[in-house]
Design a protein around this ligand. Structure first.
Ligand SMILES: Cc1ncc(COP(=O)(O)O)c(C=O)c1O
Length: 400
């Protein structure tokens, strides 16, 4: 049977990820220096593994309620109270105080993004996303028939209110913020978060904040905040007014605890939206992995600071080496940098990546994340030796 003609237009409209192309090319290299990986290089903490294994052996392997196990939702409500001053009600709709924000455990942060988009967007509705963006955003828009409107954030990669305001139309329903950012590591400061939230409020648009890298926010990015409390962690929009009425928060466990394959995230925000997301989760993912939800609960009690500090040191190494040979916006968080391919080379980023491959260095060309093909993403979530080797090769390629 010719199955090709059976493939939907929806699926045909999506290109296989450019990241996968780099991985395929990398698979052919003998001893690659891989600076393309989007996940941490530390193992899941032992206490977390233990909690998950105990629950697998204790037969917690069936479905859970779609919102996630009650102990994890309660723990998340406590976490959000400590972190943002939010007063969530983690109980299901039938019992909850409907005026308070809700919480739902999702299948990865991706699951949260999918549910949020499905809950809020009709075909033709517009969502403003940063350019450069996390690869999933524009593709997911197309899958559900929504229109991605790209907000050009070059050269500092900040999706500020000033840049967003010009793009708002009567069809705009979501502004999707990602701080710290994939692929640039850019972090909005407190004032910029405040202004964006205020703009969305004024225009009646939902600010959806993808904060999967929330724990990877480096000390100097916090201190950069002109009005923020230096003792607090992330300059998150949620912290600004202490309100969850106009902000849908999407977070994850995968990056923070090195458990990307466990597929766990959570969403918190306006109760009405969380309930819609729960309804949609019931008929799609059903629930997040059951035993692993117990692991996630244990994870919230683990201090990941030593890992984060080690990532900050690697970030410093990247900045020290690369800013001598090219333009680099200093990343305030995540574990990526997004340097420019120097104009003097006369190469697009895709062409530059071919040169990198000749030196066995794997990085990702900017056009995977952007309309432009001028920058490349490098991940420093790798051991210091490989990172140093890779950076030295890049410096040499850029004529340093
Ligand atoms: C900005 C951003 N959001 C969401 C995700 C997806 O996270 P998860 O693996 O939890 O679905 C990623 C993963 O790379 C990401 O970089």
């Amino acid at each position: 049977m010719d199955v090709t003609r059976l493939i939907s237009n929806r699926s045909r409209s999506i290109d296989a990820s450019g990241i996968r192309r780099v991985f395929d090319l990398g698979a052919k290299l003998k001893d690659p220096i891989n600076l393309s990986i989007g996940q941490p290089d530390f193992p899941v903490p032992d206490a977390v593994k233990k909690a998950a294994v105990e629950h697998i052996q204790g037969n917690a392997n069936g479905y859970t309620v779609t919102q996630g196990i009650a102990p994890l939702r309660n723990r998340l409500a406590r976490h959000l109270a400590d972190d943002l001053g939010w007063d969530c009600d983690p109980r299901p709709a039938s019992e909850a105080d409907m005026a308070k924000p809700g919480v739902i455990v999702t299948s990865g942060t991706s699951g949260g993004i999918v549910l949020a988009f499905m809950a809020l967007m009709d075909p033709g509705d517009e969502v403003i996303i940063p350019d450069p963006y996390f690869v999933m955003y524009p593709h997911l828009c197309r899958l559900i028939g929504a229109v991605p409107v790209l907000c050009d954030t070059y050269p500092d990669f900040k999706m500020t209110a000033e840049r967003v305001e010009k793009l708002i139309t009567p069809k705009t329903k979501i502004v999707l913020l990602n701080t710290p950012s994939n692929p640039s590591g850019a972090v909005l400061n407190q004032r910029e978060c405040d202004q964006l939230l205020e703009l969305c409020r004024r225009k009646g648009i939902m600010l959806v904040s993808d904060e999967i890298y929330d724990e990877f926010t480096y000390a100097d990015a916090r201190v950069l905040s002109p009005v923020g409390d230096k003792t607090t962690r992330l300059p998150s929009p949620g912290r600004v007014k202490g309100s969850a009425d106009d902000l849908l928060l999407l977070r994850g466990f995968g990056k923070t605890y090195g458990m990307t394959g466990w597929r766990l995230g959570y969403a918190a925000g306006p109760r009405r939206i969380i309930e819609e997301m729960a309804k949609l989760q019931q008929y799609t993912y059903v629930c997040a992995p059951s035993a692993l939800q117990w692991g996630a609960m244990a994870a919230l009690d683990v201090d990941m600071k030593p890992h984060i500090e080690s990532y900050q040191k690697r970030r410093d190494l990247v900045v020290e080496k690369l800013s001598r040979v090219t333009d680099l916006a200093v990343p305030g968080g995540a574990f990526y940098a997004f340097p420019r391919v120097p104009g003097r080379l006369g190469l697009s980023a895709s062409q530059f990546i071919e040169k990198c491959l000749e030196k066995s260095v794997l990085v990702i060309p900017g056009n995977v994340f952007s309309k432009r093909d001028t920058h490349f993403r490098l991940s420093y979530a790798t051991d210091e030796r490989s990172l140093t080797r890779g950076l030295d090769a890049l410096v040499e390629l850029m004529g340093g």
